[in-house]
Ligand binder design. Structure first.
Ligand SMILES: *Cc1c(COP(=O)(O)O)cnc(C)c1O
Length: 224
């Protein structure tokens, strides 16, 4: 049976990867990364039942999503890109999860924004897993301090997130993120999330424990 759409294809591939890993497919959340794609491009995925989407910029999300969310209140919107502390209020208002918490000052800003809004938005801590310069994410060595800040601020912790270096095998980096989660006691439904895997590598990420895969181009085609 040939898949009828890119979404159906990605869902099939997630199910196949989960089966190989002896995991339940519904333990893996597909986040459709719709950055740089219009509401018109997003509509067919919503029509096919996709409800979890991701964007990498606060402003773009503010422009695109309030109308779509008003029409489909069960949509969940995740922020997967860098966040400046001065946009914390806006991010807390428009997003339902944040994957890019990577420094103590941002923890403080988000905790304040969530208290002000009376809204708790689950947060993933982004780890700079390949120790790349100019890449988002906290250094592995700084993760204990960041976790302590999250706990002190009572920020809702969803788990860890990474974007491995481009153009080299991602699997060792996914395995390392999973080990870091384990080392820090981040397990179970609440804080044991692992946001890892994109269009090119989500199957191997699932085999290594991903709970959230962030898939853009495999669903929407190449970005301009
Ligand atoms: C754009 C983006 C993705 C999706 O990338 P694709 O290769 O198009 O699947 C995933 N995660 C982050 C953080 C992104 O910025």
């Amino acid at each position: 049976m040939s898949p009828s759409s890119p979404l159906a294809d990605v869902r099939d591939r997630i199910a196949a990867a989960a089966k190989i890993a002896r995991r339940k497919p519904d333990a893996i959340t597909l986040i459709a990364i719709s950055k740089m794609h219009s509401a018109d491009a997003i509509a067919p995925l919503i029509a096919e039942g996709q409800r979890v989407f991701g964007e990498n910029r606060v402003q773009e999300a503010q422009a695109k999503w309030p109308a779509l969310k008003a029409a489909h209140p069960d949509i969940e919107l995740h922020l997967v890109g860098q966040l400046q502390s001065n946009k914390a209020d806006d991010a807390v208002a428009v997003f339902d999860a944040i994957h890019s918490v990577d420094r103590v000052s941002l923890v403080t800003a988000l905790a304040r924004a969530m208290n002000k809004a009376g809204r708790r938005v689950p947060c993933f801590l982004q780890v700079n897993i390949g120790a790349e310069e100019q890449k988002g994410g906290c250094a592995i060595a700084d993760l204990p301090e960041l976790l302590a800040a999250v706990r002190a601020a009572d920020l809702p912790l969803a788990g860890l997130m990474c974007v491995p270096p481009a153009d080299i095998e991602a699997a060792p980096f996914f395995a390392l993120l999973a080990k870091l989660a384990d080392d820090h006691g981040l397990t179970g439904m609440a804080a044991g999330g692992l946001s890892m895997g994109m269009s090119g590598d989500f199957e191997v990420a699932i085999q290594l424990g991903a709970t959230h895969v962030r898939v853009g181009s495999a669903l929407f085609g190449a970005r301009a």
